[in-house]
Design a protein around this ligand. Structure first.
Ligand SMILES: Nc1nc2c(ncn2[C@@H]2O[C@H](COP(=O)(O)OP(=O)(O)O)[C@@H](O)[C@H]2O)c(=O)[nH]1
Ligand SMILES: [Mg+2]
Length: 204
């Protein structure tokens, strides 16, 4: 399965004004500046699909993208999904009340959105054990339904020494190790996502 098309669908403030949950969805979440927009652009091979925001913390909306996959075996078969770009968390420059609102909207979304199948948790490869990421991981593991998986995607691996990257890979054998800069791990993530989503179809 190959991702062949992506287009922006709509932005929402919360689960209440989100589009109807009728397609399998993949949520991307991580701290501001972790490389989420860059990863979405890499995955969709679009330079500016998710605007790499110059003002971190400003993008407080849930952004939906329609994604189209094509079967490698049967070129006439297409499959559809949605990427969900969630607001970056842990950004210091916004007020406490805004943070509280985001938190409420975000947790409600993660707990209640029925179409969510995959959580891609982006973690800076240089700082894999920050408290904020640990609590996100605990939260996801706790709320995750049986039909959902969590993928830990470690970003900016080009900034690590080979030795440290080796250690990280051993510590997180199920992780995906990403560099948008060097185009590393992108295809692997795409494959992991499509294998999970379309496993029932038995199509590659
Ligand atoms: N070295 C390196 N920098 C990256 C990589 N991915 C993103 N960046 C940089 O990290 C910053 C934040 O990226 P962005 O995608 O906007 O992060 P977001 O806030 O999580 O959406 C930008 O300056 C990017 O150029 C990567 O793989 N390697
Ligand atoms: Mg961004």
């Amino acid at each position: 399965m190959r991702l062949i098309e992506a287009s922006f669908l709509v932005s929402a403030q919360s689960i209440q004004d989100s589009p109807s949950p009728d397609v399998a969805e993949i949520a991307f979440l991580g701290r501001s500046n972790v490389g989420k927009s860059s990863l979405l652009n890499s995955l969709t091979k679009r330079k500016n699909l998710a605007k790499s925001s110059s003002t971190p913390g400003k993008t407080q909306l849930i952004n939906y993208f329609n994604i189209k996959f094509k079967s490698k075996e049967d070129e006439s078969q297409y499959f559809y999904a949605r990427f969900v770009d969630l607001p970056g968390f842990g950004y210091a420059k916004v007020s406490k009340s805004i943070k509280k609102d985001w938190h409420k909207n975000l947790t409600q979304f993660l707990e209640q959105r029925p179409s969510l199948q995959i959580f891609v948790h982006l973690i800076d490869a240089r700082h894999p054990t920050l408290d904020i990421d640990k609590s996100v991981d605990e939260f996801l593991k706790h709320t995750k339904r049986g039909d959902q998986i969590i993928i830990n995607a470690f970003t900016k691996i080009d900034k690590l020494k080979q030795n440290d990257l080796g250690k990280l890979k051993r510590a997180y054998p199920d992780g995906i190790f990403i560099s948008n800069l060097k185009n590393k791990g992108i295809e692997q993530l795409e494959t992991k996502i499509s294998n999970y989503l379309f496993k029932a179809e038995g199509i590659n």
